[in-house]
Design a protein. Structure first.
Lengths: 395, 344
């Protein structure tokens, strides 16, 4: 089977508007979590958020995307998508060819426009300009029409693990000969819909989140987007290669719609399966970018599953205290961070951590440090028991 | 590609039990709503909390899920739209006050696949494809790849979408449903924009095992374009690649009565062999994003039973026995798919 290389990356999050700015925040341990400036919700001043620091209007102008009905979610995706394709040097001819796939993921779609959707769904008068932009598919429909992409296009929604599955699906399309290259990633923007949903589940923290800390109070929602360009080893020629995607697995916890099982069967099986595909043993993993949302349930269960698989776990941290939980974008953003770690030989701190969770005792990496890394695992677990793990390796 | 074994379908028609595709229920106010069965197998307490999409999805899937497939792969554009808007209404009406999370959890698009995994304790692969009119086509492609990666496995594959009052409004405002009342096959004669609304869930047990299979998925091709010439070129290629030039094939057309989309169907009919019989299915299913799943279910049933009631027919060739069905579906004039199903 051909090796799959990452030849381009793009990211936008509360930690910065591009790959370099995100890396800079991560190196400095600087969090993007703060009170929201642009978001319209009652909770804007009550809860902290990982908001991208550009207004929707400014994004439209910057990206020359004044299209009818375009949403913030699509704009964030476009921002990261453009960075990724320029970074990889994809030509227009390559973008337009039948063998270029676009696999994106999101969970909110145009529902960031919660009030507009409310009116369009309940009224019989003239629809708003966003009438075709509410569903998850709307983002990739926009990218398709803007860049005239003709290969396989897909949108995946497996809640918080969505973009890890988009990366996996894109890689498999290449393995099976359905695509020569895949542009893969995910996006989501902050929305009243998700804020109120997570709030109703009592898993939003009113303080900056503290992944893996004994006194964690829940997660902070964030927004952003990230895309990777995946190509086969034999096609990359002289291109710059950031890392190799060597392992991936999707498993279901099959326990509860919105929380993980005591022993973390789903997380355990996803991590174990990814090792099998990568054909490496657990002790060869040098670092884990954990899902680590900062909720009571996730961090304890993820810790247990890691201990169950690794015995003595490798260094790990969660970058959600830097970006917030970006839902459908999280798997892709953290894939970019994992690749940056491998490429630059460094690991980023899990900030806001003080004391380990008593019965598991795991301590995340607490400061930025140089570390030679061969294999990095990135975890993404979501509602509906949807658990996925990816492994990136030095190319 | 792979074989279909156990197939189930909850639809507006009699497709779940006492199957009858001869006598067709007409739309009511341009909606073809599902005829829901009694759901034995779903505990009442759980059933009460389920929205329609989850209910019909799980209801159609459960028998197959109990045969322990290695994973669950679902295509749905909207998942539980009704719950989604119910929660949305709570947000606005209670001004982001104290809300109950049930609708929120049920509204996530992956709720159908998640509930199937949960209820059948399936810890295998679990994925939800949501790319509008190609959600089910991507789910089929996913299963094809899974079965190539693990040749002895089997998977639960399905497509589901619901009509809720809310997405009906949104699509109506978007101009996708007809204003004049449709009674049935007159859907195709209106020369006006829009179609009729539909909903349904079709589920398949898929594996590489030829023995006792109902039908075989031979090929799937999907793409995005607004150019009818490109559709015609791609169809020509698809026919050549699958050696259908000389065969008597049933061309199962997704024609939906929307005059704006007629050019795609006309262009495709120009390409096909005169020995192809042309049949249509949207008067039976209505229009919805994952309708191709029900088209595949109908194709499997027609191939298995070798019956094609007259109401489906547009043009009939002299040859009456067909061994292959070529489905062409088009969602909103931009998402296109060709699906080829054969008797084993």
């Amino acid at each position: 089977m051909s090796r799959i290389f990452v030849t381009g990356m793009g990211v936008i999050s509360a930690a910065g508007n591009n790959v370099a700015a995100n890396r800079n925040s991560l190196m400095q341990g600087k969090s993007g979590i703060a009170s929201a400036e642009f978001l319209s919700t009652k909770y804007a001043s009550i809860l902290p958020f990982g908001e991208v620091k550009i207004s929707t209007q400014a994004l439209k102008e910057k990206l020359k995307a004044q299209d009818h009905g375009i949403t913030r979610t699509s704009l964030l995706a476009l921002h990261a998508f453009e960075e990724a394709i320029h970074n990889s040097g994809l030509t227009n001819a390559e973008l337009n060819s039948f063998d270029t796939a676009l696999i994106g993921a999101d969970t909110v779609g145009g529902m960031c426009l919660t009030d507009e959707l409310y009116h369009d769904a309940n009224k019989h008068e003239q629809g708003s300009e966003y009438i075709s932009s509410y569903d998850c598919g709307s983002v990739n429909m926009y990218l398709q029409s803007r860049f005239k992409i003709k290969g396989i296009i897909n949108t995946i929604n497996t809640a918080c693990s969505s973009s890890a599955n988009a990366i996996m699906y894109g890689a498999r399309l290449i393995h099976h000969g359905f695509a020569k290259r895949s542009i893969v990633g995910g996006c989501d923007s902050l929305a009243k819909f998700t804020i109120n949903g997570f709030n109703a589940l009592h898993i939003l923290s009113d303080e900056p989140c503290r992944p893996f800390d004994e006194n964690r109070k829940g997660l902070n929602l964030g927004e952003g987007a990230a895309f990777l360009v995946l190509e086969k080893e034999e096609d990359v020629a002289n291109k710059h290669v950031y890392a190799e995607l060597t392992g991936y697995c999707n498993s279901n916890d099959a326990f509860h719609p919105s929380s993980l099982s005591e022993n973390g069967d789903g997380p355990y099986l996803a991590m174990k399966g990814a090792l099998e595909i990568a054909n490496i043993s657990a002790d060869e993993i040098d670092f884990i970018n954990a899902h680590g949302t900062g909720t009571e349930n996730n961090d304890e269960v993820e810790s247990k599953a890691i201990i169950r698989l690794f015995g003595k776990p490798p260094p790990f941290s969660s970058t959600k205290a830097t970006t917030g939980h970006t839902l459908g974008a999280a798997g892709a953003i953290e894939a970019v961070y994992s690749i940056l770690s491998i490429y630059n030989g460094e690991v980023y701190a899990g900030i806001n951590f003080s004391n380990p969770i008593p019965n598991v005792g795991l301590v995340p990496v607490s400061k930025y440090q140089k570390m030679d890394l061969q294999h990095v695992m990135s975890n993404s677990f979501g509602f509906g028991g949807n658990c996925s793990s990816l492994i990136f390796s030095k190319a | 590609m792979f074989y279909f074994h156990h197939i189930t379908c909850i639809s507006p028609q009699k497709t779940f039990a006492d199957i009858d595709i001869e006598n067709i229920k007409p739309p009511v106010e341009n909606k073809l709503l599902v005829a829901e069965p009694v759901y034995d197998g779903i505990p009442l307490g759980i059933l009460r909390r389920m929205g329609k999409a989850v209910r019909i999805g799980v209801g159609a899937a459960l028998k197959i899920a109990k045969q322990n497939p290695n994973g669950v792969v679902i295509g749905t554009a909207n998942g539980g739209m009704e719950d989604c808007i119910k929660f949305l209404n709570q947000i606005i009406e209670y001004d982001e006050g104290i809300l109950t999370p049930t609708n929120f959890v049920q509204s996530t698009t992956n709720a159908v696949a998640a509930q199937i995994g949960l209820m059948s304790v399936n810890k295998g692969y679990n994925c939800t494809h949501v790319h509008r009119g190609l959600a089910f086509e991507n789910a089929m492609t996913d299963v094809d790849m899974l079965l190539k990666e693990n040749s002895s496995h089997s998977y639960l594959l399905g497509g589901v979408d619901e009509i809720s009052a809310y997405n009906y409004n949104i699509e109506l405002l978007g101009g996708w449903y007809k204003k004049e009342k449709i009674a049935g096959v007159d859907l195709y004669d209106q020369n006006s924009a829009g179609s009729i609304a539909g909903e349904g869930a079709a589920m398949f047990w898929a594996s590489n095992n030829e023995q006792n299979a109902i039908a075989k998925l031979q090929a799937v091709r999907m793409f995005h374009s607004e150019d009818e010439n490109l559709i015609a070129d791609e169809l020509k290629k698809f026919i050549e690649e699958n050696y259908l030039e000389e065969e008597s094939v049933l061309f199962f057309s997704g024609e939906n009565g929307d005059s704006r989309l007629q050019k795609y169907y006309s262009a495709s009919e120009e390409i096909i062999n005169k020995d192809f019989t042309v049949a249509r299915f949207k008067h039976v299913t209505g229009e919805y994003p994952s309708v191709s799943a029900m088209a595949v279910w109908l194709a499997c049933y027609i191939l298995k039973e070798q019956i094609l009631p007259d109401h489906f027919l547009k043009y009939s060739s002299s040859k009456k026995d067909f061994s292959k069905i070529l489905i062409y579906n088009n969602y909103k004039g931009i998402q296109h798919s060709f699906i080829l199903i054969s008797r084993k």
